[in-house]
Design a protein around this ligand. Structure first.
Ligand code: DHE
Length: 550
């Protein structure tokens, strides 16, 4: 068994994961020989590179299960080759891409034949030990001290430098670069627009005050060993009152004070899978959004397939509605009315729809493609079918348009009304804006370099055609980067919806860029380059993110 070794050690640090020190959990006679130092190194690499898809305990989700019953049956050579060459289903080619050398791949293949170590729990004592209020609420500005147009500010993830860049949506000027967690993941904005919350993969949260002369971190906390989601309360009367973060490890969520990040309530998500009602030890928390209809957080629990409506109006007597949805919930967003939340159960090729007003599952839709991955999705006014929400897919070129208007368009509601064919597999994000006539579809994980550096654009007013055509924007080419093979990822609109920004995401030691496209003409508006823009990926416009406009 794993995790029961009292000697299991695990080192946490506030800003980087560092080397993970874990003891080999009970070697069996036929286990591959591995030194303690090798095991710790492999555990660290696994945690940083593999756990996101395969799970800390290797039970699988976006990636296949890698428990020892499976890995030993497949054997060392199979594992070595799989890690080296990858697969079209989404496994990266760690060897041929040059990211892991032969010795590392050999180590990882051997490591997978041994039982996984279980990292320790992370409860209130551990959280409190990492919690820092750098500027107390009473010492913060009482009015905005800068002349930044906050609603048109972009928080840009600088993935590998563990920072965010705050970039002006009109002048493209970088107002600040702020140190955050390791392999920082997403940004969310408080209901008032004042506080920016950023979470790293190491579960470090930075709370940044945008009213300061130069925006800076005012509070910080680490809520676990690995995390992906953070959100703040948005319901009327609760603006800026609470924050919530979900973690992958340990599997839990925590509700925090919205002014200081003081942890108030930690809730484990371990429990039964919704359909088989079998216990799962690692049900990770994926996307979290804040309801506009009730004082509730909507929490997606990946492996057990449950969507939790967490009522924050009385957190001492916490009421949680647990909705049976589908396994492997990942990411999603609201429809244009903000009443319905659509979330992808990506390894099940489904989208679950939550009616946030009724507090129930409205529908479970087969998207007709392989591995839907919507980000927050995109809302369009379809010329024939009325309001629809779009998702692209990781596993193929299809884009599913799903009707979202049960009152005005009951026939179309919660069905795939149209399938579009974009550039190819490996898409992660789609984007539109209420004022835009375009739907943008990226393909950053496509194995073809030219495809992964391009974006497909559909015209919304041409969606009445049988097979609507798309325009290809050569974003990577427009960036004019000589060195490396950058991928183009995640469109994000400015406040007005007139320009859309794409990240041109290159290796950490190579030049990256942000390319701004004029939405009306589909022409290049600007290339933002700066030595400090290291590995830009996600971008979050303050207004669009806090108001859920997409
Ligand atoms: Fe993400 C959102 C998890 C890899 C960029 N990513 C999310 C969310 C989850 C998630 C659960 C939804 C958060 C929310 O809404 O509360 N991401 C994961 C993974 O588990 C995965 C597959 C593997 C991993 O090891 O982390 C993963 N993600 C990536 C990347 O490699 C990306 C492309 C680059 C990066 O920055 O690391 C990436 N993820 C993003 C972005 C969003 C996101 C840009 C927010 C999109 C949006 O528009 O809201």
């Amino acid at each position: 068994g794993h995790g029961d070794s009292p000697a299991t050690k695990y080192i946490f640090s506030a800003t980087t994961l560092g080397q993970i020190e874990v003891e080999i959990p009970g070697l069996k006679p036929d286990d591959p020989v591995m030194t303690q130092a090798e095991f710790s190194r492999a555990a660290t690499i696994y945690f940083e590179r593999c756990a996101g898809c395969h799970g800390v305990l290797r039970k699988g989700a976006t990636g296949k299960a890698l428990t020892t019953d499976i890995t030993r049956a497949n054997g060392y050579e199979y594992l070595r080759d799989f890690i080296t060459y990858g697969s079209p289903a989404g496994m990266p080619n760690w060897g041929t891409s040059g990211e892991m050398d032969e010795a590392t791949i050999d180590l990882m293949a051997r490591y997978l034949l041994i039982e996984p170590p279980q990292p320790p729990e992370f409860g209130m004592a551990e959280m409190k030990a990492t919690w820092k209020v750098l500027v107390k609420p009473e010492d913060r500005p009482t009015e905005k001290l800068n002349d930044i147009d906050l609603d048109n500010l972009f928080s840009v993830t600088l993935r590998d430098s563990g920072q965010v860049a705050l970039i002006d949506g009109a002048s493209y000027e970088i107002h600040a670069i702020i140190e955050t967690g390791y392999a920082v993941h997403i940004s969310r904005i408080s209901a008032s627009g004042r506080y920016l919350f950023v979470i790293g993969r190491d579960a470090l949260i930075n709370m940044i005050d945008l009213w300061m002369e130069t925006p800076a971190t005012v509070a910080q906390i680490k809520v676990g060993a690995e995390a992906r989601s953070v959100e703040t309360s948005k319901f009327k009367g609760y603006e800026d009152k609470y924050a919530i973060a979900g973690s992958y490890w340990p599997p839990q969520y925590v509700i925090m004070d919205g002014d200081t990040l003081e942890p108030l309530k930690i809730v484990s998500t371990r429990g039964m899978i919704f359909d088989t009602q079998e216990f799962h030890p690692e049900p990770r928390v994926a996307a979290i959004v804040a309801s506009h209809y009730k004082p509730e957080f909507i929490v997606n629990v990946k492996e057990t397939g449950k969507i939790l409506l967490v009522d924050y109006s009385d957190i001492r007597n916490l009421k949680v509605t647990s909705i049976e949805a589908e396994r492997f919930l990942h990411d999603g967003g609201f429809d244009s009315s903000k009443r319905y939340f659509l979330t992808a159960a990506n390894a099940r090729n489904k989208v679950a729809v939550i009616d946030t007003k009724e507090g129930s599952l409205a529908a479970l839709i087969d998207t007709g493609g392989q591995t839907p991955h919507p980000g927050r999705g995109a809302n369009l006014m379809h010329p024939v079918h009325g309001p629809v929400w779009a998702t692209s897919h990781l596993g193929d070129e299809t884009v599913a348009l799903i009707g979202t208007d049960p009152e005005g368009h009951p026939e179309q509601a919660w069905t795939v009304v149209q399938q579009l064919y974009a550039l190819g597999g490996g898409s992660l994000f789609v984007k539109s804006h209420p004022t835009s006539n375009h739907l943008y579809v990226d393909a950053p994980l496509n194995p073809d370099a030219e495809t992964s550096a391009s974006v497909a654009v559909f015209r919304v007013d041409e969606l009445d055609q049988e097979e609507p055509e798309y325009t290809v924007l050569p974003i990577g080419e427009w960036a004019g980067i000589e060195d490396g093979q950058p991928r183009v990822v995640q469109g994000e609109f400015n406040r007005e919806g007139t320009e859309i920004w794409f990240s041109v995401w290159n290796a950490a030691d190579k030049e990256s860029a942000i390319v701004v496209v004029d939405d009306r003409t589909l022409e290049l508006a600007r290339v933002i380059k700066d030595q400090r823009l290291i590995t830009p990926t996600g971008k979050f416009n303050v207004y669009n993110t806090r108001a859920d406009v997409y």
